[in-house]
Design a protein around this ligand. Structure first.
Ligand code: FES
Length: 125
């Protein structure tokens, strides 16, 4: 696997050790994404307003290693939230990171919480 992808590992809620304060809620477009930086990682954060849920995942697409996932369209696949990479429309589950229309590596996903109007992303280190 490319070195850049090795920086990104899915974090489950119970593994969170650091809640990174990303930005206030208003900084994120409704039903769209924005990119935040944590250490040397780019994290895509989505305010899925239609579902009243927030999601975070790696910003790098495993297809061509472009830092573009945050600019992808979000949508729904049989009730599951997904994001489509804006480059070649590979789609990924925002919950599991699984590539839904191919056999690419899953993308890493991270827990998100909202507190006092701020968005926090959970990391294990
Ligand atoms: S770079 Fe994301 S689908 Fe090709």
């Amino acid at each position: 696997m490319e070195a850049i992808l090795e920086k990104y590992k899915t974090v489950q809620q119970k593994e969170v050790k650091v809640w990174f304060k990303a930005a206030s809620v208003e900084k994120f477009p409704k039903d769209g994404g924005a990119c935040v930086k944590y250490k040397d990682r780019q994290i895509a954060v989505f305010n899925f307003e239609r579902k009243k849920k927030w999601y975070a995942c790696q910003n790098v697409c495993p297809h061509k290693l472009e830092m573009v996932i945050s600019r992808g369209m979000i949508g729904d696949e049989k009730g599951l939230p997904k994001v489509a990479c804006p480059m070649h429309k590979k789609t990924f589950s925002l919950e599991t990171g699984e590539n839904l229309n191919g056999d690419l590596h899953a993308i890493a996903t991270y827990p998100v919480k909202i507190e006092d109007n701020f968005v926090y992303i959970g990391f294990s280190e």
